[in-house]
Design a protein around this ligand. Sequence first.
Ligand code: ADP
Ligand code: MG
Length: 354
Amino acid sequence: MKRYIAKACPITILICLLCLLVMQGCTAPGEVKEHTRNLLALNTWINIRIYAGREGPEIINSAVQRLEEIENRMSVTIQDSDVSRINSNAGIQPVKVHEDTFEVIEKALEYASLSNGAFDITIYPIVQLWGIGSDHPRVPSDEEIKEKLKLVDYQKVMLNKDEGTVYLKEKGMGIDLGAIAKGYAADEVVRVLSQAGVKHALINMGGNVIVIGSKPNGQPWKIGIQDPRSDVLQQHIAVVETANESVVSSGDYERYIEDVYKKTGVRYHHIFDPSTGYPANKGLMAVTVVAEKSIDADALSTVVFVMGADEGLDIIEQMENVEALAVTMDKKIHTTKGFDKRLSVTNEEYEIIP
Ligand code: ADP
Ligand code: MG
C-alpha cells in the first residue's frame, strides 16, 4: 500500500498541476479578466475592452447589438434608416422615427443654436458635393457650393415631439449625424455594459474614447491624443488622464483629399464650415474635448474645430465639467483653464498654452 501511494503521488501531482494550468486559461465564475472585441460599425473601427467574469463575451455581444441598432437607424448610407427616410422625404412630409434618432437630432439642434450654426447637421448637401471619404472626392466650384449652401439651415428642421416626427422644410435638404451619432452610440454602449455590472472598460470608436471607472488597478486611464501630422496611428502628442469620462478628438487629419494635398499642400478635409461651404479653416489641426457624456464631447469637438481656438474654447469654458484643447497649425496646444494640469506632452515639437 505504501509503495502504491509513493508511486501514485507524482502522477497525481502532475495531473493536478496540469489541471491548474488548463484552468488558468479559462475564467472561473466570479474571476474578472480582460475581454476585447474589434468590429467595424458606424463607419469606423471600434475596439471594446471590458473587465468581467465568464459572461464577458455575452456582455460584449449585447453592446455590439446596440451599436448595430443605432447604426441601422442613423446611417445616411443605409437606405431604410430613419435618417435616409427623413432625407428622401425632405419638402414632402414629416417622418416618424425611433426615439434614439429623435433624441440625437434634438441634441444636435441644441448644439446648432449654441454654436450659432457652426454645428449644423443639415450640412449633408455640402458633404455629398465634396464626397470626402467617398471613392470620388473632388473640389467643387464656388457656384456649386453657393447653390448647395442655400439648403443648409438647421432652423428648417422641424421636430414634433408628440408625434415623434422629423421634417425637413425644403426639397433637396438632408441631414448627416456623422458628427454626433458616434458619441450617442458610445454612451449607449456604456449604459449596456454598466447595466451588466461592468466596472472597468475602455471603448475606442476611431478617436472617440469613453471609459467606465478607472483601470482595474485603480489608476486613471491614460488616453493618447493622436499626432495630427503623423501617418502612424497611435503616435501621440500628449496623454490625458481620465476616469468615467469620454475623450473625443476631431481634426483635419482624419479624412481629406489626399492627392490634392500631395500636389498642392492644401488639405480639404471632412469638417465643414456651414457659413462658407468649405472645410473649416480657423487655423486648427485638431481638437479634443473631455466630457462625462460622449454625445456632448463628440458634438463639441466639431463645434470647437469649426469656430476656432478663441471662440470655441470660450464656449467650453462656460460649461461645467467639460474641458478642451485645440491644436493650432503652429503646434501650440491651447487648453481650457486647469486642463493643462491633466495633460502631459509626449512630443517635444508641441507646446501647451494654458
Ligand atoms: P469624425 O466623426 O470623423 O471623428 P466629427 O465628429 O468632427 O469627425 O464629424 C465629422 C462628420 O460630421 C463629417 O464627416 C460630416 O458627416 C459631418 N459634419 C461636417 N461638418 C459638420 C458641421 N459643421 N456640423 C455638423 N456636422 C458636420
Ligand atoms: Mg464630432
